[in-house]
Every structure is written in C-alpha cells, then in structure tokens.
Design a protein around this ligand. Structure first.
Ligand code: FEO
Length: 401
C-alpha cells in the first residue's frame, strides 16, 4: 500500500510499526544525542493485535506503517504494556479510529490510562501470568512493576518467540536500522548504558529481581522487542548480561571527579586529586561541568566506585551547576560508593561541608577530610588534594580486593 512509511517484518507474524524521532535531544532531564524511536508492534494473528502505540504527534507515521500491512480497522486488540505518554500518547485517537474489541493493560496500567485520558473505552486489566487467546496464537503477560513505572508489564508471544519488553532493555537511538545485528556494538553499549544509568539505575533492585525471574526462561532467549531503539534478535543475552552487571553496582577502581569552577581554583584542585587517584593505583575520570552534562556524569557513574565532588562556595552555597548535577545523581540512587568533597572559597567556605552532607545523605562513605582552599590553592592545598586522591584510590583497592 502507498505512503513512505512501511512496516518492518520481525517474524512471520510480527511487524514493527513504530515511529522514528530523529530530533529528540532531551528526555526527563537527560540528553538523547542520537534521538529515539517509539516502537509499536503489529501481531498478525486471527485477532490482529497492536502492542503499544507512539507519542501523539507520531500517530500518522504509525498508522501509515500499519496500513502498509493491513487496514488499521482490522485491529481487534490493543495491548498497552506501559502507560507513559511516549507509548500511549496517541492511544485515545487510535482507539477512536480503530474501534478495537478490547484494550488490555495491567491493573495499574488500566488505572493510569484512565487517569491520563478520556478513552471512551474500558481497559481490560490482565493479571501477572494471565494469557489471552488471539485465535491461532496466545499472548501471556508478566507484571514488571516499577520497571520503570508501577503499570509496566511484559507481553510474550510464545509461538514466534517474541518478548515485548517495553522500556526495559531499550535505548534512545534513532536509526533506519531496526535490529541489534545492524548496529555497531559500541553504539549499542553506549546508548544502553546511558539509558540504564539515567532511567533504571534507581531501580537496580527490581531489575536484579526481574533478571533472576526471567534469566533461565525461554522468553528471553528469542527476540526481545523493546519500546525504544533496536530489537534484540541476534543476541538478547548481551543486554541481559549488561543489565546484570549494571544492576549489581559492584565497586570498581574508577573514581569520578565532578566539579565546576569560577576562577580555575576548584579545577586545579580537581586535577591534583586526579593525579593522586592515579598515583594511588585507581583510574580517575574528571568531569568538569562546563564541558559535561549531568547525563554524562550519571553514565560515568555506572561503573565507578568513587564519587568526588568539587564546588566553589558561591553566595554561601554550592555552585548552581554542581548542585544540579548532585541533585540529579542523588535521585538516581547510586550505591556502594566512597567519596569526598573539595572546593575553593573566598571568605565563608560553606560549600564543602554542604557537599559532604549531600554525599552522606546518598550513603557515600566519605574518605578523608574534605579539602578547602582559600581563593587560590597553594602548594600545600594541592598536596592535600593529591593525598585525598591517593586515599580514595587506596580505599577503592581495599574494596575491590
Ligand atoms: Fe518509554 Fe517509560 O516510557
């Protein structure tokens, strides 16, 4: 059928009918430098089923892709795996256009959809482990609460070996390629890491529980059809392995030093600390906030064992960019970290103590005294910074042995 937007065949019965968002550069506070996709899937069973939809302004693109395979009016069922509006935004209009027999979601999904929209159609709530018949095939459901919303669930099509995993195992990556084996491994890992660090990190415990539950099951041995980015058809074990590593948050010998500076004093302290970390036998990654976004800080923390934060005292407070990054990181609840604070000041010097309070609140084990330097760090202050770096490295080595 006509139109530029075509469906992509995934299996004999499953087609990708989503939308590519080439321009998205921000998602809930983190950068999405490669854009994203909103994946929706069509199952050509006796009862034709649409799994998830797309952001509202991509509705026509999705309907056009569906039309390249079937008449959208032939859709009998719609499954909503996740009620967030990047997957449900056009659901009310699609329901109106398609008039499906039934729309299914988890019990919490049914409530969330009713609270988002005036759908004009009751949502059928399905339970964890429940199955529905599509005539010649069956779909089964698995609740994945808090991954990453309370309503989230997986849907499994056993006959074709496809797991529809919504946001889990996703990444923000716009591309004309639809499958993992068509994209460079380093891009897959970079974007999956960024996605995990900036969205799923605070949910590491439910992620670990989910992996335990599904790790040995056939459902993750076939095709994993996510809601963003590529479909895992070649090697879903790759993303499962990465999730397992990231969710464990084991200490490593890598220290992240995040800071901003007004007249290069706090920057000089950061560099001296970095040299100390290296001299002590650990790896240092310096992230000046003039050059790095909070997204990069979160992503670098994914495999770090230490967080050192530097801020000049500004109006008796932490410098705004540092406060921003630290507030963001705090919300992501990184675990198993050691750390320290440092910074320059002119007359009052509150920032270092305030940073230490925030780090304590994040359950970061403080290593050594925070270092303060008045106006411009002299040799003694820089030596203190170097020593702090060595201390952090030694503590990391102890923890990693
Ligand atoms: Fe992709 Fe939680 O939405």
């Amino acid at each position: 059928m006509g139109g530029p937007f075509k469906a992509t065949r995934v299996t004999d019965h499953v087609y990708w009918v989503g939308a590519i968002d080439w321009s998205l550069r921000e998602f809930h506070g983190h950068l999405t430098s490669r854009g994203t996709t909103y994946n929706a899937y069509l199952i050509l069973a006796d009862k034709i089923t649409l799994v998830d939809t797309v952001k509202s302004h991509f509705k026509e693109e999705m309907l056009s892709r569906i039309s390249s395979v079937i008449d959208p009016g032939d859709i009998t069922y719609i499954i909503s795996n996740h009620s967030e509006m990047d997957h449900s935004g056009c659901l009310p209009e699609v329901i109106q256009a398609v008039k499906p027999e039934k729309v299914f979601a988890s019990a919490m999904g049914a409530s969330a959809l009713a609270e988002h929209f005036r759908l004009g159609q009751e949502i059928v709530a399905v339970k964890d482990g429940e199955s529905i018949s599509l005539g010649n095939m069956n779909l089964s459901f698995m609740e994945t609460r808090m991954l990453h919303w309370p309503d989230s669930m997986f849907t499994h099509l056993a006959e074709d070996g496809v797991l529809f995993s919504q946001d889990v195992f996703s990444m923000h990556l716009a591309s004309t390629e639809r499958f993992d084996d068509e994209i460079d491994d380093h891009i897959l890992e970079d974007e999956a890491a960024k996605y995990f660090a900036n969205i799923l990190l605070p949910l590491s415990t439910p992620v670990a529980r989910l992996l335990e539950k599904v790790g040995g099951l056939d459902i993750v041995k076939g095709i994993v059809a996510t809601d963003h980015g590529p479909i895992w058809r070649k090697d879903a074990s790759k993303i499962l392995g990465l999730y397992s590593k990231w969710a464990a948050q084991k200490p490593t010998k890598k220290a992240v030093v995040v800071y901003d500076t007004m007249y290069e004093s706090t920057a000089a302290m950061a560099r001296a600390i970095g040299e100390g970390i290296r001299a002590g036998g650990a790896d240092a990654k310096l992230l000046p906030l003039r050059a790095c976004h909070r997204t990069d800080v979160a992503t670098e923390m994914l495999d770090a064992g230490a967080l050192l934060v530097g801020s000049p005292t500004f109006n008796n407070n932490i410098f705004p960019t540092v406060a921003d990054a630290l507030t963001y990181l705090k919300g992501l609840k990184p675990r198993n970290l050691v750390g320290a604070a440092f910074g320059s000041y002119g007359w009052s010097g509150e920032a270092v103590g305030q940073l230490e309070d925030v780090l304590r609140g994040m359950k970061v084990e403080l290593v050594g005294e925070g270092v303060k330097a008045k106006y411009v760090p002299d040799d003694e202050a820089l030596a203190q910074c170097h020593s702090l770096g060595v201390l952090v490295a030694e503590r990391l080595k102890e923890l990693c042995e």
